[in-house]
Design a protein around this ligand. Structure first.
Ligand code: PMP
Length: 366
């Protein structure tokens, strides 16, 4: 068996030790005589699995005691709808748009706001600049009375990341952040947010699972017509088990959390991720063959889009990369070019192999 260096934006590579452990436990989890996929979500075995997963996640993210952790379904896209249902409360919500994903969240909120008896407001956008940077303070018109302020802290398609607390907007309203594509890649001060959410398929585990970390005073504000399965308070009160949760995805996520703790936690991951990203950006910045157009202070450590200046080489670049065991480098169809997604599970050697390949390809075709 040969495993490639997989640069997919998601579903993305998982740590190999996690996959090996899941494989070993597939038929018989810890002597239960069956695998995790086959056991009751209400039995003592799965209860132990979900409780440990939550405890490990709380430890990794240093989640304060007044926040609840929810294991939900429907992906981050479903959260785009659940957020206004639960948090709009007949008021007005501010949205910052810095790429495709925050724009989708804003569009969904706009679609739902009127029937929910509220409003979704565009509080700032970098679309005119081609989504190549974060918003500047003077480009945001924030409503101090907003029900919440939504942002996407890592734009997976455009490669724009809000990485440091100093880059967060100055606001007293609850911040709601889509962290799908960089959660667990660096420490984060959870107390700065009212709610954090993330689809699992990049840095957490299998797709379908979505993790919500929400301050407890934001529970119980859903409009009365909210379906119970979409109501954060109902889900929190039932331990994410109003209905059958995605048990196998939660189990794999739990193995990833254990792996992260064994790596030294998020500070250690941050150091590794910074080194990986620097290797690729430093190469891109010294090359005339390739180009990354994101402003340096806004660049993502997780998703690095780049262009070949002569796009006629795109197909040959991808074919050669595939042959070298470097896969899924094609950029999102909406922006073209290439994209290297280098989440926690991508080792430094994978990025080094990519840079070697890119250097050699440029020498041959430049
Ligand atoms: N937000 C971000 C930042 C994403 O990258 C994605 C998926 N690529 C989504 C939301 C949507 O996630 P899902 O497909 O799980 O609904």
């Amino acid at each position: 068996m040969t495993r490639v260096f997989n640069f997919s934006a998601g579903p993305a590579a998982l740590p190999e030790p996690v996959l090996r452990q899941a494989a070993e436990e597939m038929l018989d989890w810890h002597g239960a005589g069956c695998g995790v996929m086959e056991m009751s979500h209400r039995g003592k075995e799965f209860t132990a699995i979900i409780e440990r997963a939550e405890a490990d996640l709380r430890e990794l993210l240093a989640v304060p005691a007044n926040y609840r952790v929810l294991f939900l379904q429907g992906g981050a896209t479903q959260q785009f709808a659940q957020i206004p249902m639960n948090l709009l409360g007949g008021g007005s919500a501010d949205y910052l748009v810095t790429g495709t994903w925050s724009k989708k969240a804003y569009n969904e909120a706009q679609h739902l706001a009127a029937p929910l008896g509220g409003r979704a407001r565009l509080a700032g956008s970098t679309e005119a600049a081609g989504f190549n940077r974060l918003l500047r303070a003077d480009e945001m018109q924030l409503d101090p009375g907003a029900s919440y302020l939504h942002l996407c802290s890592n734009e997976t398609i455009h490669g724009v990341e809000l990485g440091t607390p100093g880059q967060l907007p100055e606001s007293r309203v609850p911040l709601v952040a889509d962290m799908s594509s960089h959660i667990l890649s660096r420490p984060v001060d959870v107390s700065r947010f009212g709610m954090i959410y993330a689809g699992a398929q990049k840095n957490i585990g299998p797709s379908g699972l979505v993790i919500v970390v929400i301050r407890d005073d934001l529970l119980g504000r859903a409009v009365p017509a909210t379906p119970s399965v979409m109501d954060y308070k109902v889900m929190a009160d039932s331990g994410s088990m109003l209905n059958t949760p995605p048990t196998y995805a939660i189990y794999v996520a739990g193995l990833v959390f254990q792996w992260l703790r064994a790596q030294g936690g998020l500070a250690a991951m941050e150091a590794r991720n910074a080194a990986k990203a620097a290797l690729l950006y430093d190469f891109l910045d010294t090359s005339d063959f390739y180009d990354n157009r994101v402003e340096p202070a806004s660049r993502s450590r997780m998703n690095i889009p780049f262009l070949l200046r002569d796009e006629s080489f795109n197909a040959a670049f991808l074919t050669g990369a595939q042959a070298a065991g470097l896969t899924q480098l094609k950029g999102h169809k909406s922006v073209g070019g290439m994209r290297a997604s280098i989440y926690n599970a991508m080792p430094l050697e994978g990025v080094a192999a990519l840079v070697d390949y890119m250097r050699e390809f440029a020498a041959r075709h430049g």
